[in-house]
Write a protein of this length. Structure first.
Length: 196
């Protein structure tokens, strides 16, 4: 204000805005923008955190046989409720997977030792591929082996399957005994079956 009076007395420009006033206004705008940016960032981070899906696999939260429902080669359905009260092996596989094929051959070669075990082989492939797999390995000859399709991938999500074959062994009460993420240890599994 005093500066304006001095300029007026000298006959100069009277509507002079001091530099410090412009700086204060610009500084206030910058502070306000920083606050809004901070609030926006917090909102975005909280939205990201709360939208995260649960990363703990279902079998770790619920160590029991999942409520699966698979379609068999004859187009009928087989569910958890169809299981008998005896030890169960759930094997998630891919018909094209070499390791899955070898594991299937191992199961067949040891089928006499595994008679007390229900084996449920599940894939996400379509029923025609399941039928081909069954026919190729003559799995229909083994009454304790069930092979079916889970095209909705419930089972693979429940176990958070990363590689095939993936197997889960349960006792006769449906409680999880052992997970085999990279192939079955048959010696250990036979021992666990007798203990189950």
């Amino acid at each position: 204000m005093r500066l304006n009076k001095k300029l007026e007395a000298l006959g100069g420009y009277t509507n002079f805005t001091p530099a410090y006033t412009t700086f204060s206004v610009n500084h206030s705008i910058i502070i306000c923008m920083k606050k809004y940016f901070f609030i926006l960032t917090c909102l975005m981070l909280s939205a990201t955190v709360f939208s995260q899906t649960d990363t703990i696999p279902g079998y770790k939260k619920s160590p029991y046989i999942p409520s699966f429902n698979i379609q068999l080669a004859d187009s009928s359905w087989y569910a958890k409720s169809n299981l008998q009260q005896k030890p169960t092996l759930i094997m998630y596989f891919n018909p094209d997977c070499g390791h899955c094929q070898l594991e299937t051959e191992d199961i067949i070669s040891k089928i006499n030792k595994l008679k007390g075990l229900q084996i449920v082989m599940i894939t996400s492939r379509e029923v025609p591929e399941v039928k081909q797999f069954i026919d190729h390995y003559l799995l229909q000859k083994f009454p304790n082996v069930i092979v079916g399709s889970d095209t909705k991938r419930f089972v693979s999500h429940f176990y958070d399957v990363k590689f095939t074959p993936f197997s889960a062994l349960y006792d006769k009460n449906g409680n999880l005994v052992k997970i085999y993420e990279s192939g079955i240890d048959f010696v250990e599994m036979e021992r666990l079956i007798t203990e189950a």
